[in-house]
Design a protein around this ligand. Structure first.
Ligand code: MG
Length: 334
C-alpha cells in the first residue's frame, strides 16, 4: 500500500516467468509449452510457415502513446499479418523480451497480456520465450504457422493482365499515428479518431482473408506494412512485372476525414501510409469477382485498384519512381 509502483526488479526473473506461464492458457495434454528446455509441439498438417519480427522502444514505438498491451499486441499481430500474406494460419509463437529493471510491473503484465490476446485472436498461442535485461524494451516474436501443402502464396507470381486488389481500406494506421503524436486522443477524442488510433495500436491481421485468397487462387500476395506504393513495388518486382494503378480506385479509410487535413490529403496517406496490414494481391480477373463475394461474406471489402502490366510501375499518369520517397519512412521523418 502506497510507495512507488512495483517494478520488474521487485519480483525477479523466476516470479516474472511464473506470471507469464499463468497467462499462456491451457496447453494440449500431448504438448509442452513452458517449463522445459524447449516447447514440444504436434506438427500441424501441411507446409510450415515461419516468421519473426522485433519491436524496439524508441524506433518502432514510443511509451508516449503506447501501453504495454498495445506493444505486446502489435508484436504478435505484425507477425500474424506476414503469415496471412502467405495464406497461412498462425499456430505457435515464442517471444524474447528484453527490458530495463525499472520497467513498471503493470507495463510488463500489459506486454504479456497483449501478446497472448493477439495470439488468441489469431487462433494461435504463445508457447514459450525468454527474458533478459536491457537499456530499453525490445520484444521479438517468432510465429510458426501452416498452410495447405504447396499452396502458400508467394510475392512472385503476378502475370500481366491480372487484377491488382486490396482488402479493406488504407491510410488509417498512418492517420492514427498522426492523431496520437498530436495528442488528439487525450481526453478520449471522437470515435473516428479512436478508430484510427486503434488501427495504429491494435492492427487486425487479415488471417481468414489470406486463407480464402490462397484457396481462391491469388497469384501473388503481400501485406501492406510499409505503404501501398512501396509494397506494390515489391510485389511487382518479385514477379518481374509492372502495373497500372488507378489512383481514384484506392480505398481511403473514411475515418481520415476526422483529421480535417492535419495529415495532408487522405488520398496521399492511403497511397503511402504504412502499417494498415491489409492484403494486397493479384488474381486472374475472372476470379476477382469470386474473391470480392467470398471476402464480403467474411465482412471484408475487396477493391480492384489496377492491373498487372508489362513495363513500368504506373500510378495514374505518374511513374512510382517520380513520386519521391514511398512508404512510411516518409511519415516517420516528420
Ligand atoms: Mg510482410
Amino acid at each position: 500500500v502506497g510507495g512507488s509502483p512495483q517494478t520488474v526488479s521487485d519480483l525477479g526473473e523466476e516470479a516474472l516467468v511464473e506470471r507469464i506461464v499463468a497467462r499462456l492458457g491451457p496447453q494440449p495434454p500431448d504438448e509442452v509449452w513452458a517449463g522445459d528446455d524447449a516447447a514440444l509441439l504436434r506438427a500441424p498438417p501441411g507446409d510450415l510457415v515461419l516468421t519473426t519480427d522485433v519491436l524496439v522502444e524508441g524506433l518502432d514505438f514510443s511509451w508516449s502513446w503506447c501501453s504495454g498491451v498495445d506493444v505486446g499486441w502489435k508484436a504478435v499481430a505484425v507477425n500474424a499479418s506476414d503469415l496471412a500474406a502467405m495464406g497461412a494460419r498462425p499456430r505457435h509463437a515464442v517471444a524474447a523480451l528484453s527490458l530495463p529493471a525499472s520497467t513498471p510491473l503493470e507495463r510488463f503484465d500489459g506486454l504479456v497480456e497483449g501478446m497472448t490476446e493477439a495470439a488468441a485472436a489469431a487462433g494461435a498461442a504463445v508457447v514459450g520465450g525468454d527474458l533478459s535485461g536491457a537499456r530499453e524494451v525490445s520484444l521479438s516474436v517468432a510465429l510458426l504457422g501452416s498452410c495447405e501443402p504447396g499452396r502458400a502464396v508467394r510475392r512472385a507470381g503476378a502475370r500481366p493482365g491480372e487484377a491488382i486488389c486490396v482488402t479493406g481500406s488504407l491510410g488509417g494506421a498512418a492517420g492514427g499515428l498522426v492523431a496520437l503524436r498530436a495528442g488528439l486522443l487525450e481526453g478520449g477524442g471522437d470515435p473516428a479518431l479512436r478508430r484510427l488510433a486503434a488501427r495504429q495500436l491494435r492492427p487486425r491481421p487479415r488471417i481468414e482473408e489470406g486463407v480464402l485468397l490462397a484457396a481462391l487462387g491469388a497469384s501473388s500476395m503481400i501485406d501492406v506494412s510499409d505503404g501501398l506504393l512501396a509494397d506494390l513495388a515489391r510485389l511487382m518486382r518479385a514477379g518481374g512485372t509492372g502495373c497500372a494503378v488507378e489512383p481514384e480506385l484506392v480505398p481511403v479509410d473514411p475515418d481520415l476525414s476526422a483529421l480535417a487535413g492535419r495529415a495532408g490529403d487522405p488520398r496521399a496517406l492511403a497511397a503511402t501510409g504504412g502499417e494498415d496490414f491489409e492484403l494486397l494481391f493479384t488474381i486472374d480477373p475472372a476470379r476477382a469477382g469470386a474473391a470480392r463475394s467470398e471476402l464480403a461474406r467474411a465482412g471484408t471489402a475487396v477493391t480492384r485498384i489496377g492491373v498487372v502490366a508489362e513495363g513500368g510501375l504506373r500510378f495514374g499518369e505518374r511513374e512510382f519512381e517520380t513520386m519521391g520517397e514511398l512508404g512510411w519512412e516518409h511519415l516517420r521523418k516528420r
